[in-house]
Write a new protein. Structure first.
Length: 103
């Protein structure tokens, strides 16, 4: 026995929270996309200086990063949940097997 103890309940809670964070980020996407400024908002000088195009590129980059972050967190929460489920079941099975060997 290695002496390492793992708090399975804490890991399960962490997995759920990570998944929820990913879902919340994904749910914010439509509002973020709707908040874009129109090119007219930059005025004539802003349009001439290319502010509208730079802003559009930055918005697209941030929306893409936000989308990927949401997907990554959701997937990570799911994967961690699967690991917790797998190892939790293994502990129960091991305990039952150990009791059988003791008897």
């Amino acid at each position: 026995m290695s002496g390492i103890r793992i708090d399975v309940e804490w890991l399960a809670t962490c997995a759920r929270e990570v998944r929820v964070a990913g879902e919340e980020i994904a749910a914010a996407q439509p509002a973020m996309a709707a908040a874009e400024l129109a090119p007219e908002a930059f005025g004539a000088l802003g349009r001439e200086a290319g502010a509208a195009e730079a802003y559009q590129r930055l918005c697209e980059l941030l929306l893409d990063q936000s989308r990927r972050a949401g997907e990554t967190l959701t997937r990570a929460g799911d994967e961690l949940g699967e690991v917790v489920d797998f190892h939790s079941g293994g502990d129960d099975d091991s305990a039952v097997e150990f009791r059988k060997q003791e008897a």
